[in-house]
Design a binder for this molecule. Structure first.
Ligand code: AP5
Ligand code: ZN
Length: 217
């Protein structure tokens, strides 16, 4: 399956993507995680991305599209993938379409996770992320780790992302409305859009997503 996950920051895309990717047996490709891995390795790409991310802005399209294409070109993505946080602008969506056309493949669905703003702010304010792998995500009250400050998955240190400050979250939401929401209409017009509520327990949302994708588990 080839799926794109969209939704505002903090809606739970990363949380659901990890679970859905496992159930659907496709790699979870998150451009945010790829940027954060580059930041921790202190690569040139990481240095460039960090300045945009910390301000709550999008990393420029050329850079993001190049990185996403490289990742999608790896062998594990041949049979399918779950894209989390990409595309995020209409030009990224067009670049993805071009890539898919060149490979003669199609998306199966675009899953849109809906959540109200006050819930987004609560989720982001309490989020704790693993220093070793930003796909290991916890929440101080909604999904606390067994041991405070320590990742259950790998034992790494948990921290609060630099872009999770209240001011940056507000900026990220504004960027989402102006630059990312237009892709929802873009995919609706292609008949690919599937919208579900991102409210409720994590497992319930996974089941909701699977049945919306017609793959009940
Ligand atoms: P990215 O990492 O993609 O961030 P985002 O879209 O802002 O999304 P988040 O990671 O904040 O949230 P999420 O929806 O994954 O929620 P999560 O599962 O963690 O991007 C970061 C930055 O990178 C961007 O601002 C941009 O600068 C750059 N970037 C990335 N992609 C780009 C692109 N394509 N183009 C240009 N720039 C790009 O959940 C949030 C919290 O809620 C967690 O604590 C979790 O435990 C909790 N939670 C999850 N589900 C539930 C639930 N059901 N109930 C209660 N709590 C829950
Ligand atoms: Zn970890």
């Amino acid at each position: 399956m080839r799926i794109v996950l969209v939704g505002p920051p903090g809606a739970g895309k990363g949380t659901q993507a990890a679970r859905l990717a496992e159930k659907l047996r496709v790699p979870h490709i998150s451009t945010g995680d790829l940027f954060r891995a580059n930041i921790s390795r202190q690569t040139e790409l990481g240095k460039l991305a960090k300045s945009y991310m910390d301000a709550g802005n999008l990393v420029p399209d050329e850079v993001t599209i190049g990185m996403a294409k490289d990742r999608m070109g790896q062998p594990d993505a041949e049979k399918g993938f779950l894209l989390d946080g990409f595309p995020r602008t209409v030009s990224q969506a067009e670049a993805l379409d071009e890539l898919l056309r060149a490979e003669d493949i199609k998306l199966d669905a675009v899953l849109d996770l809906e959540a109200p703003e006050e819930e987004i702010v609560r989720r982001i304010a309490g989020r704790r992320t693993c220093r070793n792998d930003s796909a290991h995500v916890f929440h101080v009250t909604y999904s606390p780790p067994e041991k405070e400050g320590v990742c259950d998955v790998c034992g790494g240190e948990l921290y609060q992302r630099d872009d999770d400050t209240e001011e940056t979250v507000r900026k990220r939401l504004e960027v989402y409305h102006t630059q990312t929401e237009p892709i929802i209409d873009y995919y609706r017009a292609q008949g690919l859009l599937v919208t579900i509520s991102a409210l409720g327990p994590v497992e319930e949302i996974t089941q909701r997503a699977l049945s919306a994708l017609k793959r009940e588990d």
